[in-house]
Design a protein around this ligand. Structure first.
Ligand SMILES: CC(C)(COP(=O)(O)OP(=O)(O)OC[C@H]1O[C@@H](n2cnc3c(N)ncnc32)[C@H](O)[C@@H]1OP(=O)(O)O)[C@@H](O)C(=O)NCCC(=O)NCCS
Length: 142
């Protein structure tokens, strides 16, 4: 699990769905962290941390974990869970007390995964690429 870099861009673009050039540009500007999971020389998944965050009632702006993607052939092996854990570790390192995720209501696989990882539905809705999503929150320290 490591920060994605420009030299990895062609390989990422060829294997993992997503607008990786845009994510890298945002990461270079410090607005985001862009992590990739590797199996040997092969990228198997990506996740993005948006440091500008999302507003959560009672918590202020909370760093947002998003754009989680695992290549279809490697789903169900725990890679998605590891990517979320790596993102949470960076949130802790920056001293933030919670992480948020916005998930499409109909994305049952992802919702089940986030629930298992300790994310709870706040009952609020937030905009999501192409629609509206449920705002989930995990408190990382009290
Ligand atoms: C959501 C996603 C990132 C999960 O990645 P993953 O590496 O499969 O995650 P894990 O292996 O850690 O856990 C997967 C969960 O899905 C289940 N699963 C098993 N096989 C699966 C498969 N082939 N496809 C999807 N989910 C599967 C697992 O059982 C597990 O849920 P459970 O433990 O509660 O039963 C991945 O399915 C994906 O890339 N989906 C498309 C993009 C997406 O929806 N991203 C989320 C946006 S908010």
């Amino acid at each position: 699990m490591r920060e994605a870099t420009a030299d990895a861009l062609p390989l990422l673009e060829a294997t993992v769905p997503g607008n990786h050039a845009q994510q890298l540009a945002n990461a270079a500007a410090g607005r985001r962290s862009f992590l990739a999971a590797w199996c040997g020389e092969e990228p198997v998944g990506t996740v993005v941390l948006r440091w500008t965050g999302v507003l959560v009632e009672g918590h202020g702006a909370v760093p947002e974990i998003g754009s989680l993607e695992v290549v279809p052939a490697r789903r169900g092996e725990g890679i998605g869970s590891l990517l979320v854990a790596a993102a949470e570790q960076r949130v802790r390192e920056r001293g933030a007390a919670a992480a948020a995720i916005v998930v499409a209501e109909d994305n049952r696989d992802a919702r089940r995964l986030y629930e298992r990882l300790g994310y709870r539905d706040t009952g609020a809705l937030r905009s999501l690429d192409g629609g509206t999503g449920l705002l989930l929150l995990r408190v990382l320290r009290g």
